[in-house]
Ligand binder design. Structure first.
Ligand code: NAD
Length: 442
């Protein structure tokens, strides 16, 4: 099948590469000429396990093209996927300018039936807006051409995006046209083999499903962080509590890890946008407000602990930071807790020596050259001359380090573990001043 994808970011690239991998003819369009140039040179501009190989393989096979040519994109695909960003606007609502710009582009160039498939995370009612924009542009051109707008939210996780796309838990399709449902069923058939994972519904419910999923996941994290803070005060260990509650199948073990807060491009913005949608609908979503407030507070936790340890005097100190990405297996630093920590340390006059297996380039892009950020080429070199260590992202490489080396290299034997990856009793026995999240009994 012929597919066009607008937006070659995390979602667009993965969608394009995976649809090409099963034999479709895919054209990816992006307005970022630099990005398209890099892709055409065979350079994948983001880190996502497996994406590099699958992209190159399908480019070489002629099934995956990258272009800035909107005309080519609109004339190519029966399916016109929208996978552009929907960043938060100043008031917290999702900024739809990129989505609607694509809708206009499609309307301006369309010559025959097209299915506009929205993969971006967008507020309820956006499909109607996209429909309106395309219709208005067609009317201005004096054209009457049939088209459908479908909501097909994406649930992939950065760091496991290829696997998630290839073997999805569910494929949500919101449409009011049964014929379109069948065409999407055919497009997704290769990813829908062992049992039917397609969940078909009306468009508004599909749009809300994406926000519901992210808000639920963010709620689980904030709930655990709230209890972690309480556990610290009560002398309980949140990790014991986690196992104790996870064993109840109604709760489960997934996604109940306490830590130094959630980040990334999705949870923070989607919780905000849903809360804004609720407010606009005349419903104050108090739970969502609390989820966000708890997370904002949690992102300050590591800094508070470090500052307390050094009695508020961080000027001239150096802190080693392990992990910059908002989670392991990605280079994405959007809203990452590492940023909150580093920026607070800098405000207090401290220096940071940081290491991340893949996000160093992104950190350099965000912060540029600055005297108080030294990007190091190994976890060990980040420790050189540092007064304490903060672990912010739970990359595997940090899980079993040489603790003797850490203790001998740091000027103070202080480890601040924002992801609870070390055993407090062991750390204490090794002579560390060890601080974790919500482990008050230790
Ligand atoms: P991204 O910022 O990585 O990529 C967006 C791309 O769209 C950029 O390359 C940008 O240049 C391009 N773009 C902007 N306007 C364009 C236009 N008019 N035509 C063509 N390209 C254009 O974003 P992302 O992380 O891939 O997210 C895209 C959407 O998917 C968002 O709504 C996001 O909430 C949602 N989503 C993201 C994830 C995730 O894990 N990143 C998961 C599920 C859903």
């Amino acid at each position: 099948m012929k597919v066009t994808i607008f937006g070659s970011g995390y979602v667009g690239l993965v969608t394009g590469a995976c649809l090409a991998e099963v034999g479709n003819d895919v054209v990816c369009v992006d307005i970022d000429a630099g990005k398209i140039e890099r892709l055409n040179r065979g350079e994948v501009p983001i880190y996502e396990p497996g994406l590099d190989a699958i992209t190159k393989r399908n480019m070489a096979a002629g099934r995956l093209q990258f272009t800035t040519d909107v005309e080519l994109g609109v004339s190519h695909g029966l399916f016109q996927f929208i996978a552009v960003g929907t960043p938060p606007d100043e008031d917290g609502s999702a900024d739809l300018q990129y989505v609607l710009a694509v809708a206009r582009s499609i309307g301006e160039r369309m010559r025959e039936y097209r299915i506009v498939v929205n993969k971006s995370t967008v507020p309820v009612g956006t499909a109607d807006k996209v429909h309106r924009v395309v219709s208005e542009v067609l009317a201005r051109r004096g054209m009457v051409i049939e088209f459908d707008v479908v909501s097909n939210p994406e649930f992939l996780k950065e760091g496991a995006a290829i696997e998630d796309f290839m073997k999805p838990d569910r494929i949500v399709v919101g449409t009011d046209n049964p014929r379109t449902t069948e065409l999407l069923r055919a497009l997704y058939a290769p990813f829908n083999r062992s049992h039917d994972r397609m969940v078909c519904m009306d468009i508004r419910s599909a749009e809300l499903t994406k926000y519901a999923a992210n808000a639920m996941l963010a709620t689980k994290i904030s709930f655990m962080n709230e209890l972690a803070n309480l556990a610290e005060r009560l002398g309980a260990d949140i990790e014991k509590v986690r196992v104790g509650i996870g064993s109840d199948p109604r709760i489960g073990y997934h996604f109940i890890y306490p830590g130094c807060g959630y980040g990334g491009s999705c949870f923070p913005k989607d919780v905000k946008a849903l809360e804004r949608t609720a407010r606009d609908a005349g419903y104050p979503a108090e739970l969502l407000q609390a989820v966000e407030a708890v997370n904002d507070r949690q992102k300050e936790k590591l800094f508070e602990k470090i500052s307390a340890y050094f009695q508020g005097d961080l000027a001239g100190k150096t802190i080693a930071v392990w992990g910059l990405a908002f989670k392991p297996n990605t280079d994405d630093m959007r809203e990452a807790p590492s940023r909150t920590l580093m920026e607070a340390l800098w405000r207090s006059g401290a220096k940071v020596r940081a290491f991340d297996p893949v996000a160093q380039e992104e950190a350099h892009r965000i912060y540029g050259e600055r005297a108080d950020l030294i990007l190091c080429d190994s976890p060990e070199s980040a420790l050189q001359g540092a007064d304490a260590l903060a672990v912010v992202t739970e990359w595997n490489v940090f899980r079993s380090p040489d603790f003797d080396e850490i203790r001998q290299t740091l000027t103070r034997p202080a480890v601040f573990d924002g992801r609870n990856i070390y055993d407090p009793a062991y750390m204490k026995a090794q002579g560390f001043d060890y601080f974790a999240i919500g482990r008050g009994s230790v």
